[in-house]
Design a protein around this ligand. Sequence first.
Ligand code: ATP
Ligand code: MG
Length: 310
Amino acid sequence: MPKDPVIRVRDLVKRFDGRTVLSGVNLDVMPGETMVIMGGSGSGKSTLLRCMIGSLTPEEGSVELFGSNICGMCETDLNGIRKKFGILFQSGALFNSMTLAQNVALPLQEHTDLTPEIIQIQVKIKLELVGLREHAGKYPSQISGGMKKRAGLARAMALDPRILFYDEPSAGLDPVTSAEIDQLIINLSSNLGVTSVVVTHEMDSAFAIADRMAMLDAGRMLVVEKREYFERMRDTDADAAEGMSETDRLIRQFLRGDAVGPITERRTSTNFEEDLFGGPIDFDIPSVVTTRSKVASSGQPDDDLTDEST
Ligand SMILES: Nc1ncnc2c1ncn2[C@@H]1O[C@H](COP(=O)(O)OP(=O)(O)OP(=O)(O)O)[C@@H](O)[C@H]1O
Ligand SMILES: [Mg+2]
């Protein structure tokens, strides 16, 4: 019997200030799978993720987690569901005034009745899982960016979630550290059966971890397919690509990171020369009082003004 999806997104529409950022997005995520959401900058990946975790309310459509629609759900019910998923934000989002152990302990202290002894054991297990048990007493400022990500992951795992959401888990990391994070995501999914939703535009990482991949373009879901489908698309040679549809050529360009193709053709569609010399002034450039002119008039620099070029 086919399993029900743990996440079901239907006809999702999200607007900011009247501007449509997600238009009719559909997505199913099956239990235990790793779904990678990819797409260019501004295509709506983080917005979709934030709708999926209930931190943004869509204008239309629904997001079902574990069979319950979270859109319009009251805070109490939402908090009940939030205990079943973990989130790894871009920066790791650790509390700087707390040690790594305290950071990981926090969700357990807030959401469970476990004794301090049991919490300590849980914290050690989670830190061991990400290879940081020996650094439990350190503060975020004392560890590297990659370690912060791992600590953030340990904290996201604190309540043994069934789903983990990641927003750009390998952004800003060197290739080896990034591969380590990928391996952790793979291990969590294969050893613990965690369902993962990973937003990324790092293609190496996407191909390493994904079971299925979803491609967003300007707020529209272009295609949701198995990883192998995208691998074939990426590896299609230039001659064969000539015969592809515009959408497929766009996906292929994105996957390959090619400098020429439908994505870049679209970007250069407005005339730069005309914009430079022909049109009206269409944005305000506020006048700024620089430190230099302030010093010249008062003889004293002003602490509030930080023009570091002087
Ligand atoms: N809170 C907000 N208020 C207004 N506009 C927003 C807000 N959040 C996102 N947007 C806009 O929605 C669009 C999609 O943003 P989003 O952050 O989802 O993109 P993204 O695909 O995650 O991009 P990136 O790869 O750069 O992280 C962008 O044009 C962005 O400016
Ligand atoms: Mg984003």
